[in-house]
Design a protein around this ligand. Structure first.
Ligand SMILES: [Zn+2]
Length: 88
């Protein structure tokens, strides 16, 4: 879905679209504190109250449910492996 454009605080790319990670889920409107991933630099972002973003902090990450943290860890491992394939 389209959203108000906002810059990624890490890479500066303008993000104006979000997609639900779960293909079985209906389209949802993001809310403050929801997590997303920058499609350009892959950093984890959190929606602020004004729907701009900040980078997910270690403290916020540690407060996420274990299942969500495991999913984030798995995504990072996949990205690490892909990077090493392309860099070698
Ligand atoms: Zn980015």
């Amino acid at each position: 879905m389209k959203m108000t454009p906002s810059a990624c605080p890490k890479c500066g790319a303008i993000l104006d679209t979000v997609t639900v990670a779960d293909p079985a889920a209906d389209e949802v409107t993001p809310e403050p504190n929801d997590i997303t991933i920058c499609i350009y630099c892959s950093v984890y972002l959190v929606f602020n109250k004004d729907m701009s973003f900040h980078i997910l902090t270690r403290r916020e990450r540690n407060r996420l449910p274990l299942e969500v943290r495991k999913s984030l860890d798995l995504l990072e491992e996949i990205r690490r492996q892909r990077r090493s394939v392309y860099e070698n």
